[in-house]
Design a binder for this molecule. Sequence first.
Ligand code: SF4
Length: 356
Amino acid sequence: MLKIKRRKTRTVKIGKVGIGSGHPVAIQSMVKARARDIEASVRQILELEAAGCEIVRLAVENPDDARALRTIKRQVRLPLVADIHFDYRLALASIEAGVDKVRLNPGNIFKPAEVKEVIAAARTARIPIRVGANSGSLRTRSRDLAADLVRSTLAYLRIFERAGFYDLVVSLKGSHVLDTIEAYRKISLRCDYPLHLGVTATGLPMDGIVKSSVALGELLFQGIGDTIRISLLAGPQQEVAVARSMLNSLGLRHFGPELVCCPTCGRCEVNLPEKAKKIEDWLTGLDPKKKRRIQRFKIAVMGCVVNGPGEAREADVGIAFSRHKGILFKKGKIVRTVGLEAGEQALLDILEGEIR
Ligand code: SF4
Protein backbone atom coordinates (compact mmCIF):
# COMPACT_ATOMS: atom_id res chain seq x y z
CA MET A 1 0.00 0.00 0.00
CA LEU A 2 1.23 3.51 -0.83
CA LYS A 3 2.58 5.51 2.08
CA ILE A 4 2.89 9.29 2.19
CA LYS A 5 6.41 10.64 2.65
CA ARG A 6 6.22 13.80 4.73
CA ARG A 7 8.26 16.91 3.89
CA LYS A 8 11.06 17.30 6.44
CA THR A 9 10.54 20.18 8.84
CA ARG A 10 11.70 21.61 12.11
CA THR A 11 9.78 20.62 15.22
CA VAL A 12 7.72 23.14 17.14
CA LYS A 13 6.04 22.38 20.47
CA ILE A 14 2.60 23.79 21.16
CA GLY A 15 2.16 22.91 24.79
CA LYS A 16 2.80 19.16 24.84
CA VAL A 17 1.90 18.66 21.17
CA GLY A 18 4.82 18.39 18.75
CA ILE A 19 4.26 19.85 15.28
CA GLY A 20 6.43 18.91 12.33
CA SER A 21 7.51 15.96 10.23
CA GLY A 22 8.71 14.05 13.29
CA HIS A 23 5.16 14.01 14.67
CA PRO A 24 1.74 12.95 13.43
CA VAL A 25 -0.27 15.60 11.57
CA ALA A 26 -2.14 17.36 14.40
CA ILE A 27 -5.78 18.37 14.34
CA GLN A 28 -6.86 21.80 15.44
CA SER A 29 -10.02 23.79 15.56
CA MET A 30 -11.28 27.11 16.78
CA VAL A 31 -13.65 28.05 19.60
CA LYS A 32 -16.69 29.80 18.17
CA ALA A 33 -17.62 31.60 21.39
CA ARG A 34 -15.96 34.82 22.57
CA ALA A 35 -12.99 34.08 24.82
CA ARG A 36 -14.40 36.48 27.44
CA ASP A 37 -17.39 34.15 27.72
CA ILE A 38 -15.28 31.81 29.81
CA GLU A 39 -17.99 29.26 30.54
CA ALA A 40 -18.94 28.81 26.88
CA SER A 41 -15.28 28.71 25.79
CA VAL A 42 -14.35 26.06 28.36
CA ARG A 43 -17.40 23.99 27.43
CA GLN A 44 -16.50 24.10 23.74
CA ILE A 45 -12.87 23.24 24.40
CA LEU A 46 -13.87 20.21 26.47
CA GLU A 47 -16.27 19.12 23.71
CA LEU A 48 -13.52 19.60 21.13
CA GLU A 49 -11.13 17.50 23.19
CA ALA A 50 -13.73 14.73 23.46
CA ALA A 51 -14.17 14.88 19.66
CA GLY A 52 -10.42 14.39 19.12
CA CYS A 53 -9.13 17.95 18.70
CA GLU A 54 -5.50 18.37 19.74
CA ILE A 55 -4.90 22.13 19.63
CA VAL A 56 -7.51 24.85 20.02
CA ARG A 57 -7.45 28.49 18.95
CA LEU A 58 -9.42 31.37 20.40
CA ALA A 59 -10.08 34.78 18.88
CA VAL A 60 -8.63 37.55 21.03
CA GLU A 61 -10.45 40.73 20.16
CA ASN A 62 -9.84 42.90 23.21
CA PRO A 63 -8.03 42.91 26.59
CA ASP A 64 -10.96 41.10 28.29
CA ASP A 65 -10.49 38.16 25.90
CA ALA A 66 -6.76 38.10 26.60
CA ARG A 67 -7.30 38.16 30.37
CA ALA A 68 -9.92 35.39 30.13
CA LEU A 69 -7.32 33.05 28.61
CA ARG A 70 -5.61 32.65 31.99
CA THR A 71 -8.81 31.31 33.61
CA ILE A 72 -9.67 29.17 30.59
CA LYS A 73 -6.20 27.66 30.59
CA ARG A 74 -6.60 26.49 34.17
CA GLN A 75 -9.77 24.58 33.28
CA VAL A 76 -8.68 22.73 30.12
CA ARG A 77 -5.94 20.40 28.99
CA LEU A 78 -5.67 21.23 25.28
CA PRO A 79 -2.94 23.67 24.22
CA LEU A 80 -4.37 27.13 23.59
CA VAL A 81 -3.51 29.41 20.68
CA ALA A 82 -4.39 33.11 20.76
CA ASP A 83 -5.55 34.44 17.41
CA ILE A 84 -4.40 38.05 17.11
CA HIS A 85 -5.22 40.71 14.55
CA PHE A 86 -4.51 44.47 14.34
CA ASP A 87 -3.22 45.05 17.88
CA TYR A 88 0.11 43.47 18.84
CA ARG A 89 -0.56 44.35 22.51
CA LEU A 90 -3.23 41.65 22.56
CA ALA A 91 -0.50 39.15 21.66
CA LEU A 92 1.60 40.41 24.57
CA ALA A 93 -1.38 40.16 26.94
CA SER A 94 -2.20 36.65 25.71
CA ILE A 95 1.39 35.50 26.22
CA GLU A 96 1.25 37.02 29.69
CA ALA A 97 -1.96 35.02 30.29
CA GLY A 98 -0.08 31.80 29.55
CA VAL A 99 -1.15 30.71 26.04
CA ASP A 100 0.87 28.04 24.25
CA LYS A 101 1.16 29.85 20.90
CA VAL A 102 0.07 33.10 19.27
CA ARG A 103 -0.99 33.58 15.70
CA LEU A 104 -0.07 36.87 14.02
CA ASN A 105 -1.49 38.01 10.71
CA PRO A 106 1.17 39.65 8.49
CA GLY A 107 -1.62 41.62 6.82
CA ASN A 108 -2.56 43.62 9.89
CA ILE A 109 0.34 43.46 12.38
CA PHE A 110 3.28 44.44 10.24
CA LYS A 111 5.32 47.16 11.93
CA PRO A 112 8.72 45.51 12.63
CA ALA A 113 9.04 47.20 16.04
CA GLU A 114 5.70 45.73 17.16
CA VAL A 115 6.47 42.28 15.78
CA LYS A 116 9.83 42.35 17.58
CA GLU A 117 8.10 43.03 20.90
CA VAL A 118 5.92 39.96 20.38
CA ILE A 119 8.99 37.91 19.42
CA ALA A 120 10.76 38.98 22.63
CA ALA A 121 7.75 38.02 24.76
CA ALA A 122 7.33 34.66 22.99
CA ARG A 123 11.03 33.93 23.42
CA THR A 124 10.83 34.64 27.15
CA ALA A 125 7.69 32.49 27.48
CA ARG A 126 9.32 29.81 25.25
CA ILE A 127 6.29 29.52 23.00
CA PRO A 128 6.05 29.48 19.21
CA ILE A 129 4.35 31.94 16.89
CA ARG A 130 2.26 31.13 13.84
CA VAL A 131 2.73 33.43 10.91
CA GLY A 132 -0.78 33.18 9.55
CA ALA A 133 -1.25 34.92 6.21
CA ASN A 134 -4.77 35.09 4.85
CA SER A 135 -5.83 36.06 1.33
CA GLY A 136 -8.54 38.31 2.77
CA SER A 137 -6.07 40.56 4.57
CA LEU A 138 -3.17 40.85 2.12
CA ARG A 139 -1.78 44.38 2.00
CA THR A 140 -0.83 44.27 -1.67
CA ARG A 141 -2.56 42.20 -4.30
CA SER A 142 -1.78 41.28 -7.85
CA ARG A 143 -3.56 38.82 -10.11
CA ASP A 144 -1.43 36.01 -8.69
CA LEU A 145 -2.85 35.41 -5.22
CA ALA A 146 -0.56 32.47 -4.44
CA ALA A 147 2.53 34.54 -5.27
CA ASP A 148 1.20 37.43 -3.15
CA LEU A 149 0.65 35.12 -0.16
CA VAL A 150 4.13 33.64 -0.49
CA ARG A 151 5.85 37.03 -0.98
CA SER A 152 4.09 38.56 2.01
CA THR A 153 4.87 35.53 4.21
CA LEU A 154 8.55 35.37 3.25
CA ALA A 155 9.01 39.09 3.90
CA TYR A 156 7.35 38.68 7.32
CA LEU A 157 9.44 35.63 8.17
CA ARG A 158 12.58 37.70 7.61
CA ILE A 159 11.65 39.89 10.61
CA PHE A 160 11.68 36.76 12.81
CA GLU A 161 14.81 35.31 11.29
CA ARG A 162 16.73 38.57 11.68
CA ALA A 163 15.77 38.44 15.37
CA GLY A 164 17.09 34.85 15.54
CA PHE A 165 13.60 33.44 16.22
CA TYR A 166 12.77 30.22 14.40
CA ASP A 167 10.08 28.75 16.63
CA LEU A 168 7.53 29.25 13.87
CA VAL A 169 4.58 27.63 12.18
CA VAL A 170 3.41 29.04 8.86
CA SER A 171 0.04 29.16 7.14
CA LEU A 172 -1.12 30.83 3.92
CA LYS A 173 -4.85 30.38 3.67
CA GLY A 174 -6.81 31.42 0.63
CA SER A 175 -10.50 30.95 -0.09
CA HIS A 176 -9.72 29.49 -3.52
CA VAL A 177 -8.60 25.90 -3.61
CA LEU A 178 -6.04 26.24 -6.42
CA ASP A 179 -4.42 29.39 -4.98
CA THR A 180 -4.19 27.74 -1.58
CA ILE A 181 -2.56 24.60 -2.96
CA GLU A 182 -0.10 26.64 -5.01
CA ALA A 183 0.79 28.98 -2.14
CA TYR A 184 1.55 26.08 0.23
CA ARG A 185 3.44 24.18 -2.44
CA LYS A 186 5.63 27.21 -3.14
CA ILE A 187 6.34 28.06 0.48
CA SER A 188 7.15 24.40 1.23
CA LEU A 189 10.14 24.76 -1.11
CA ARG A 190 11.35 27.99 0.51
CA CYS A 191 11.48 27.14 4.23
CA ASP A 192 11.52 24.23 6.64
CA TYR A 193 8.97 25.52 9.15
CA PRO A 194 6.03 23.25 9.93
CA LEU A 195 2.96 24.19 7.91
CA HIS A 196 -0.53 24.67 9.28
CA LEU A 197 -2.93 23.84 6.45
CA GLY A 198 -6.36 25.30 5.88
CA VAL A 199 -8.68 26.86 3.35
CA THR A 200 -10.41 29.96 4.63
CA ALA A 201 -13.97 31.24 4.08
CA THR A 202 -15.03 28.00 2.45
CA GLY A 203 -18.76 28.65 2.21
CA LEU A 204 -21.60 26.46 3.44
CA PRO A 205 -20.64 23.20 5.19
CA MET A 206 -20.92 20.88 2.20
CA ASP A 207 -18.74 23.16 0.03
CA GLY A 208 -16.39 23.67 2.94
CA ILE A 209 -15.84 19.96 3.36
CA VAL A 210 -15.24 19.50 -0.36
CA LYS A 211 -12.90 22.51 -0.73
CA SER A 212 -10.89 21.54 2.33
CA SER A 213 -10.71 17.91 1.25
CA VAL A 214 -9.52 18.79 -2.25
CA ALA A 215 -6.90 21.34 -1.15
CA LEU A 216 -5.64 19.62 1.99
CA GLY A 217 -5.92 16.16 0.45
CA GLU A 218 -3.73 17.21 -2.46
CA LEU A 219 -1.15 18.88 -0.19
CA LEU A 220 -1.06 16.08 2.37
CA PHE A 221 -0.66 13.54 -0.41
CA GLN A 222 2.41 15.51 -1.52
CA GLY A 223 3.74 15.24 2.04
CA ILE A 224 3.03 18.91 2.80
CA GLY A 225 1.33 19.86 6.04
CA ASP A 226 1.94 19.25 9.73
CA THR A 227 -1.26 20.43 11.36
CA ILE A 228 -4.68 21.02 9.84
CA ARG A 229 -7.82 22.97 10.52
CA ILE A 230 -10.97 22.39 8.54
CA SER A 231 -12.80 25.73 8.50
CA LEU A 232 -16.53 25.08 8.44
CA LEU A 233 -19.62 27.15 8.99
CA ALA A 234 -20.71 24.45 11.43
CA GLY A 235 -19.99 23.25 14.96
CA PRO A 236 -16.29 22.90 15.70
CA GLN A 237 -16.75 19.18 16.46
CA GLN A 238 -17.74 18.73 12.84
CA GLU A 239 -14.45 20.34 11.80
CA VAL A 240 -12.63 17.78 13.91
CA ALA A 241 -14.68 14.86 12.54
CA VAL A 242 -13.83 15.88 8.96
CA ALA A 243 -10.15 16.35 9.85
CA ARG A 244 -9.98 12.90 11.43
CA SER A 245 -11.70 11.27 8.50
CA MET A 246 -9.34 13.04 6.09
CA LEU A 247 -6.19 11.91 7.89
CA ASN A 248 -7.60 8.40 8.33
CA SER A 249 -8.38 8.13 4.62
CA LEU A 250 -4.82 9.15 3.70
CA GLY A 251 -3.33 6.68 6.16
CA LEU A 252 -1.62 9.53 8.03
CA ARG A 253 -3.44 8.77 11.28
CA HIS A 254 -5.47 5.84 12.52
CA PHE A 255 -8.37 6.91 14.69
CA GLY A 256 -10.30 3.72 14.52
CA PRO A 257 -11.59 1.06 12.20
CA GLU A 258 -12.59 2.10 8.69
CA LEU A 259 -16.14 1.27 7.66
CA VAL A 260 -16.45 0.71 3.91
CA CYS A 261 -19.94 0.53 2.40
CA CYS A 262 -21.04 0.43 -1.20
CA PRO A 263 -23.29 3.29 -2.35
CA THR A 264 -26.01 0.74 -3.34
CA CYS A 265 -27.72 0.57 -6.70
CA GLY A 266 -30.60 -1.30 -8.30
CA ARG A 267 -28.95 -4.63 -7.50
CA CYS A 268 -29.08 -4.13 -3.76
CA GLU A 269 -31.69 -6.35 -2.07
CA VAL A 270 -31.37 -5.13 1.54
CA ASN A 271 -31.70 -1.89 3.45
CA LEU A 272 -27.97 -1.28 3.46
CA PRO A 273 -27.98 2.20 5.09
CA GLU A 274 -29.85 0.71 8.07
CA LYS A 275 -27.46 -2.23 8.34
CA ALA A 276 -24.38 0.00 8.01
CA LYS A 277 -25.81 2.38 10.62
CA LYS A 278 -26.07 -0.49 13.12
CA ILE A 279 -22.36 -1.21 12.62
CA GLU A 280 -21.50 2.49 12.90
CA ASP A 281 -23.54 2.85 16.11
CA TRP A 282 -21.77 -0.16 17.58
CA LEU A 283 -18.39 1.38 16.70
CA THR A 284 -19.39 4.77 18.14
CA GLY A 285 -20.45 3.22 21.42
CA LEU A 286 -17.34 1.07 21.75
CA ASP A 287 -15.07 1.56 24.73
CA PRO A 288 -11.93 3.40 23.43
CA LYS A 289 -9.61 0.73 24.87
CA LYS A 290 -11.45 -2.02 23.03
CA LYS A 291 -11.64 0.10 19.89
CA ARG A 292 -7.85 0.34 19.85
CA ARG A 293 -7.70 -3.46 19.39
CA ILE A 294 -9.34 -3.09 15.99
CA GLN A 295 -7.84 0.36 15.30
CA ARG A 296 -6.62 -0.48 11.80
CA PHE A 297 -9.45 -2.78 10.80
CA LYS A 298 -11.30 -2.36 7.54
CA ILE A 299 -14.94 -3.41 7.87
CA ALA A 300 -16.89 -3.84 4.64
CA VAL A 301 -20.67 -3.86 4.30
CA MET A 302 -21.65 -4.48 0.67
CA GLY A 303 -25.04 -4.58 -1.01
CA CYS A 304 -24.71 -7.41 -3.51
CA VAL A 305 -22.50 -10.11 -4.94
CA VAL A 306 -21.15 -8.08 -7.92
CA ASN A 307 -18.42 -6.14 -6.09
CA GLY A 308 -19.42 -7.20 -2.62
CA PRO A 309 -17.40 -10.37 -2.14
CA GLY A 310 -14.27 -8.79 -3.66
CA GLU A 311 -14.45 -5.74 -1.41
CA ALA A 312 -15.46 -7.74 1.65
CA ARG A 313 -12.61 -10.15 1.01
CA GLU A 314 -10.06 -7.28 1.07
CA ALA A 315 -11.40 -6.13 4.41
CA ASP A 316 -10.46 -7.58 7.77
CA VAL A 317 -14.11 -8.38 8.33
CA GLY A 318 -16.88 -8.01 5.79
CA ILE A 319 -20.29 -9.02 4.66
CA ALA A 320 -21.74 -9.08 1.16
CA PHE A 321 -25.50 -9.44 0.90
CA SER A 322 -27.16 -11.34 -1.89
CA ARG A 323 -30.88 -11.85 -2.59
CA HIS A 324 -31.31 -14.47 0.14
CA LYS A 325 -28.27 -14.46 2.36
CA GLY A 326 -25.26 -12.62 3.69
CA ILE A 327 -21.78 -13.98 3.01
CA LEU A 328 -19.40 -13.29 5.89
CA PHE A 329 -15.69 -12.83 5.29
CA LYS A 330 -12.78 -12.63 7.67
CA LYS A 331 -9.25 -11.83 6.48
CA GLY A 332 -10.13 -12.73 2.90
CA LYS A 333 -11.87 -16.04 3.61
CA ILE A 334 -15.54 -16.94 3.67
CA VAL A 335 -16.48 -17.74 7.26
CA ARG A 336 -20.10 -18.70 6.69
CA THR A 337 -23.36 -17.57 5.19
CA VAL A 338 -26.18 -16.16 7.29
CA GLY A 339 -29.77 -15.07 6.78
CA LEU A 340 -30.37 -11.49 5.59
CA GLU A 341 -31.85 -10.36 8.89
CA ALA A 342 -29.04 -11.86 10.97
CA GLY A 343 -26.28 -10.48 8.72
CA GLU A 344 -25.07 -7.39 10.55
CA GLN A 345 -25.39 -9.08 13.96
CA ALA A 346 -23.24 -11.97 12.70
CA LEU A 347 -20.64 -9.41 11.58
CA LEU A 348 -20.77 -7.74 15.00
CA ASP A 349 -20.30 -11.15 16.67
CA ILE A 350 -17.03 -11.56 14.75
CA LEU A 351 -15.93 -8.07 15.80
CA GLU A 352 -16.89 -8.79 19.42
CA GLY A 353 -14.60 -11.81 19.23
CA GLU A 354 -11.72 -9.59 18.03
CA ILE A 355 -11.96 -7.13 20.91
CA ARG A 356 -12.43 -9.66 23.70
S1 SF4 B 1 -21.87 -3.73 -4.38
FE1 SF4 B 1 -23.65 -4.33 -5.59
S2 SF4 B 1 -25.33 -3.16 -4.67
FE2 SF4 B 1 -23.46 -2.19 -4.01
S3 SF4 B 1 -23.14 -0.59 -5.53
FE3 SF4 B 1 -21.93 -2.36 -6.17
S4 SF4 B 1 -23.26 -3.42 -7.59
FE4 SF4 B 1 -24.58 -2.00 -6.44
